[in-house]
Design a protein around this ligand. Structure first.
Ligand SMILES: Cc1cc2nc3c(=O)[nH]c(=O)nc-3n(C[C@H](O)[C@H](O)[C@H](O)COP(=O)(O)OP(=O)(O)OC[C@H]3O[C@@H](n4cnc5c(N)ncnc54)[C@H](O)[C@@H]3O)c2cc1C
Ligand code: FES
Length: 301
């Protein structure tokens, strides 16, 4: 890695090299933003979606993200956390971030209220290579909060519907109450042309009449064709591990499979070395990788 600071350019499309500490300083300074709405995604309240707007209109105008990219979210006096942007750029402001309560920063965010101030910097990371998928069938396979980055991508692809073939969305959660983004699932995506939404839960309840199966087994039962298709999968590491095996059984090659890596991050701009695997910095070179690219990385994560 060179001594310069590498980060996504203002459009988020092409990485730009910023030289010198002044530029580095600017890139790491968060913009002040306001939480304008918070909604529970899950019955237990462990995942919430935050709608946020930047306080400076010029900062909103300068912001431009693409599906797969993330924002570094700060709670002043507590710390920062890298969070996928779950709202599609095609839907404009406010930005939406879906956050699971796991520790200090995410806990402080869950304890906030509409009107509270937070910090936002980014967008960071690479993007899903949608340009390469034109004319292909898209298979999305997600588990739990793994639907957050995929939701941005699905909405983006559906906003450019004519560029893609059939869209298959396979989503699972531990229980019906853990299914996130119910409005998208039931009211928007399932009503789109040439789009199939298949849901499963590990364990049903009295309200659930759908399948009960783990995502990888459910996927194998559905048996989507790998022909002219790309599979995008996000979710807990254990789900990803077995989903990759299931996709291989279905005949998907490593180049046809795209996923995201979630390593602990600090700077988000390829500077601190917190997220490197071999010569790759996940915050800059990822988080989106094909399975072929992942297999080329040293097995150290
Ligand atoms: C590219 C990327 C995208 C992400 N997108 C989202 C998202 O959309 N929504 C969301 O809720 N979370 C997302 N995360 C995870 C999120 O960044 C962490 O959960 C968050 O940083 C935890 O901060 P904390 O201060 O609340 O937890 P801490 O108090 O720092 O830690 C609490 C516990 O969580 C573990 N932990 C912390 N960070 C991570 C991590 N990155 N991976 C695995 N375990 C971790 C710690 O080891 C500890 O056990 C993403 C992470 C990355 C790298
Ligand atoms: S988070 Fe600092 S180098 Fe990636």
């Amino acid at each position: 890695m060179n001594a310069n600071l590498v980060g996504p350019g203002p459009s988020g499309e092409t990485p730009v090299v910023f030289g010198g500490s002044a530029a580095a300083g600017r890139l790491l300074v968060p913009e002040v933003a306001t939480i304008i709405d918070i909604r529970d995604e899950t019955a237990s309240g462990d995942v919430k979606t935050f709608k946020v707007r930047m306080d400076r209109p010029e900062a909103e105008e300068a912001w431009s993200h693409l599906p797969g990219q993330c924002a570094m979210v700060s709670v002043f006096g507590v710390g920062e956390a890298m969070i996928s942007i779950t709202s599609s750029p095609t839907r404009g402001w406010p930005l939406e971030l879906s956050i699971k309560r796991v520790g200090r920063v995410t806990g402080a965010l869950h304890d906030s209220q509409a009107g509270d101030k937070i910090g936002l910097r980014g967008p960071y990371g690479n993007r899903f290579p949608t340009e390469e998928w034109k004319g292909k069938n898209l298979l999305f396979v997600a588990g739990g909060i793994g639907l957050a980055p995929v939701r941005c991508l699905i909405d983006y692809c559906l906003a450019h519907r004519d560029q893609f073939g059939h869209v298959d969305i396979v989503y699972g959660a531990r229980s019906p109450g853990d299914l996130c983004f119910k409005d998208c699932i039931f009211n928007r995506w399932s009503r789109q042309k040439d789009t199939t939404v298949s849901l499963t839960v590990d364990k049903g309840d009295e309200t659930w009449t759908g399948p009960t199966a783990l995502v990888p087994m459910f996927l194998e039962e559905l048996g989507p064709s790998p022909k002219n298709a790309v599979a995008i999968t996000c979710g807990p590491p254990i789900m990803i591990k077995f989903t990759l095996q299931s996709l291989a059984k279905l005949g998907f090659t490593d180049d046809q499979i795209v996923t995201t890596l979630e390593l602990k991050m600090q700077c988000g701009v390829g500077k601190c070395g917190r997220c490197n695997i071999g010569d790759k910095y996940v915050c800059v070179d990822g988080p989106v990788f094909t399975l072929s690219q992942i297999k080329e990385l040293p097995n150290e994560f």
